[in-house]
Each structure stands twice: as C-alpha cells, then as structure tokens.
Write a protein that binds this ligand. Structure first.
Ligand code: ADP
Ligand code: MG
Ligand code: ZN
Length: 480
C-alpha cells in the first residue's frame, strides 16, 4: 500500500480446502471431481430421511495433520453442528459443520514480506465440514440443474486472524497455506476446480486505531490474482466511502473478474441466522494424545523448515530456497540432483532458470518434466568436469527436451566435446588475430573492450566448443 493512505487495511481470510480422501466425509461415496452429475451419491449424502452420517476417520486425521502443521492446539473434544439454511444444492437444508468446538484453534503460519522480513499470521480455527452440491446453470435457457456429486465432500475451513495488512500479504498467506496442504498431500490446492477456495474479509481503520472497522466479505475469488485485485479494489472503494464521510455497510460482495469490480450480493448473515445446534446424529469427537502423536510422526518436513534447511545446508540464497521449496516434488527434484552433482548453487540456477522456464512455458508440472533429475545431473556433471562448456550445456539441454536423449549421447553424436587442447585453440587464435588487423591495432591502442570481440570470433570458429579460460589466456598472451 502506498504511504499516502489515511487508513490501515485489515484483512482476514477464510480458506476452504477440499480434502483428497478416497470417500466422502459421512458416507462411502467416491470423493472425485467431475463425473456424470448425480452419480457419486447415496441416501446419506442425498439427505434422505432416516439415514445416519458416519464420520470418515481419514478426514479427522487430515484435519489433524493441517492443525499440527500450522501449530494449532487440537481440541481433545470437538463437536459437529448443524448450520441451517435453505438452498437447492443442500438437500438436507443444513450443512454439517463445526461451530463452538472446532477440531483445532490458535495456530499460525509465517510468510515472507517483500522486504524479506518474516511475519506471523495467526490462525483462529480449523474446522471440518461437508461441502454442498453444485447448481449448473443452462447457458441458453433460464434453467438450472442440481448436481449433488459434491455434497458430502470433506472440507476443512481455515480461518485466519485479521493479521493481514495488504492484498500482497493475503496472496502470500494463501500461497503458504496451499504449500502446506500440498506438502501434507491432503488437498490438491486447485483454485480453478474449486478444491481450494477463499473468502476475503477486509476493513479499514485510521492508522493507530485499535478497534476494527466495518468489514465486507468478498466471495468468488478463484485465483490468486483475483484475491489481490478484489482486495485492492475493495480497499479503494471503502477508502472513498470513508473519505466522503459515508459508512461501510457490512455485507457480502461478489467479485466480477470480467468487469474488475465487486458488487453487493447480500447483507452479511449472522451466526444466529443459521440456528446452529449440535448435530444429534454425531457423537462428540474425542481425540487423545496417543492419536495426536501418531499423526505428528507422519508429518513430512514442512515448507518453512525445508526452506531454512536449504539455506543452511546448501548455502542457497533466501530467494532460491523459497522457489525450490515452493512444492514438495520440486524440492525433491532439486535434492535428487544435488546428491549427484555436489554443487547446489549450480543446480539451483539450472532448475530455476532453464528447467522452470521450460515447464512454465509448456504449462507442465515438475512431475511432467521431460528432463529427469538424473539427466540434469548428468548434464551438469559434463559441465563441471569440463567436458562441455556452459554455453554448449544450454544447447544440449534444449536438445534433451526435444529428443529425450541422454546428454552424453547428444554430446557424442553432435561432437560437442569441449576443446581443451591448447595447441588446437592456439592455431585458431592466431588465425583470428591475423584476420583482424584493424581490431588488433585498436586493442593495442587501449581499447580493451575489444577482448570480447576476439573471444567471440574464436568461439564462432570453434562452434562454441573452445574452453573459454584457455581462449582468454591465449588471447591475452598473444595480444598483449
Ligand atoms: P464469518 O465471516 O463466517 O461470520 P468470522 O466472524 O469468524 O466468520 O470472521 C471471518 C474472517 O473475518 C476471519 O478471518 C476474521 O479474521 C476476519 N475479520 C473479522 N472481523 C474483521 C474486520 N473487522 N476486518 C477484517 N477482517 C475481519
Ligand atoms: Mg465469513
Ligand atoms: Zn453418499
């Protein structure tokens, strides 16, 4: 935010993460995205009278994993509650959620700010609930269909404290939460498919004020970009209201990404509107210490810890460590490669540069990389041992991507082995010097920048294969 602003933005996020369990939260139906409408359903998730929900133990364990990974305290007793409301995608007319006693509370995640400082964002609570179905609106007629495949898909809702101070921080917080979910392998974090959703609450207050201003809640934010632009828009909108002496109305607003503006959807609902009460069909959930410790032991190294380790163990810059640990598979790839080529910074440069550049351009994930960690390691070893130059390595890399061949095979086939024979290079250097008397004269008169020209000529003649150090040394000797 620019320093001119009179008001301090205050942001709190509610994140819904669909858990990737095999079955739904209260029945045995498949928990799978898509599928023919209304095929992953049964009397329980259709909300037929007389059926009983049975809690999926894996859902509880996934929620515990997230709670432990975000330093939350796990409640030894938690409860499911009915959140009552009517909507065509909710056949029971209530959603089973947790209210007064969620599974976990009082957690935190750490995000890196733009200036490199770290900031703690508090997590108020994590609770489990079931997802609702989906309304599918006909494109051509005023007609809507109900697809209940999604009813009963397990969700955890992660509610942050209003600790977030800018749209950029909101995006980093979301990225951090998504990284943790992915490291834990409990949610795929796909915002477009809706398996990772965010509602953003924002208010303004005069700088230095303790009390929070009136907030609005933004829905329908299905990309990181939309979260940022919707919050920035909303901050500007609230600011101009306050500037004009008008009040911000507490309400829910929808973000319209096509028009780049939000508009009012409905007045803010209050908890009492939902008539929450404990679900009589589900007993209190009791979690003991033994269970918690069992789950704790299954946690992988988390992104924050792994990033710190990358900085300490591999002496990588903060930036590199952040990029390389942004996904578990990417971090695994990097470490696999470093085990084979003991030069972390070189591997980091290649992974962040050539490899991620390629994957981004082709819209691929690291698992779909056409170059395996072992292949990249082989290429970098050829470079490290002086068989090929760095420049040639780039050519070989491009060729590996196209043909899938091993770097050694490509180097042999195309005769790309670096020339380190001084007498061979010396002959080329002599030819280059003889062919450019004008440049030689200027060089001797003090235009040392021309060194680059001579090196370039030698490289051109040797098709990039001459060892650059030897070229430089010979040129200096002969010109100098
Ligand atoms: P709900 O929106 O479901 O009523 P909560 O009252 O728990 O739920 O608040 C939801 C989110 O709104 C939390 O992330 C919280 O930090 C944030 N929040 C609450 N009050 C404010 C405020 N005045 N300004 C900005 N964010 C707020
Ligand atoms: Mg809310
Ligand atoms: Zn079912």
């Amino acid at each position: 935010m620019d320093g001119k602003m009179k008001y301090e933005p205050v942001i709190g996020l509610e994140v819904h993460a669909q858990l990737n369990t095999r079955t739904k939260i209260f029945c045995g139906c498949a928990n799978a995205f898509g599928g023919e409408p209304n095929t992953h359903v049964c009397p329980v998730c259709l909300g037929m009278p007389g059926v009983l929900p049975v809690l999926n133990k894996t859902v509880v364990e996934y929620a515990m994993r997230m709670a432990l990974a975000t330093d939350c305290a796990i409640n030894r007793e938690s409860r499911f509650a009915r959140k009552n409301y009517f909507y065509p995608d909710l056949p029971k007319n209530y959603q089973i959620s947790q209210y007064e006693l969620p599974i976990a509370e009082h957690g935190q995640v750490t995000i890196a700010l733009e200036d490199g400082a770290m900031k703690r964002i508090g997590i108020t609570r994590i609770h489990m609930e079931e997802d609702a179905g989906k309304l599918v609106h006909d494109e051509y007629q005023p007609l809507s269909y109900v697809d209940l495949n999604r009813t009963g898909v397990p969700l955890i809702e992660i509610v942050s404290e209003p600790d977030i101070a800018s749209p950029e921080e909101a995006a980093s917080y979301l990225r951090a939460i998504r990284e943790v979910l992915r490291y834990l392998d409990i949610c795929d974090g796909n915002m477009e498919e809706g398996s990772f959703r965010c509602d953003a609450n924002v208010s303004l207050r005069p700088w230095g004020n303790e009390t929070l201003g009136t907030r609005t809640e933004l829905k329908n934010l299905n990309s990181f970009k939309y979260v940022e632009s919707a919050l920035a828009y909303e901050i500007r909108r609230q600011e101009s209201l306050l500037e004009e002496g008008q009040a911000v109305i507490q309400e829910t607003r929808l973000w319209d990404s096509a028009q780049n503006r939000s508009f009012s959807m409905r007045g803010k609902e209050e908890a009492h509107d939902y008539r929450y009460f404990p679900d009589p069909d589900l007993t209190p959930l009791i979690i003991d210490d033994v269970w918690i410790e069992t789950i704790r032991k299954t946690l992988p190294e988390l992104p924050g810890a792994r990033k710190d380790r990358f900085i300490n163990e591999y002496a990588l810059p903060f930036y590199d460590a952040g990029v390389l640990t942004s996904g578990r598979e990417l971090a695994d790839y990097f470490e696999d490669c470093v085990r084979q080529v003991k030069n972390p910074k070189l591997v980091s440069n290649w992974v962040m540069g050539s490899l991620l550049g390629l994957l981004n351009a082709e819209g691929k994930t690291i698992e779909q990389s056409p170059v395996s960690a072992t292949q990249l390691a082989e290429l970098l070893t050829l470079m490290e041992t002086g068989v090929i130059s760095g420049k040639i390595a780039k050519t070989v890399f491009d060729e590996m991507v196209v043909s899938g061949k091993s770097p050694k095979a490509i180097v042999e086939e195309k005769g790309l082995v670096q020339v380190t024979d001084s007498s061979e290079i010396s002959a080329v250097v002599d030819r280059v010097i003889a062919a450019s008397p004008g440049e030689v004269e200027k060089f001797k008169a003090g235009n040392t920048k021309l060194m680059g020209f001579f090196v370039g000529q030698v490289m051109k003649e040797t098709k990039g294969k001459a060892n650059p150090e030897i070229v430089n040394r010979l040129l200096k000797e002969k010109l100098g």
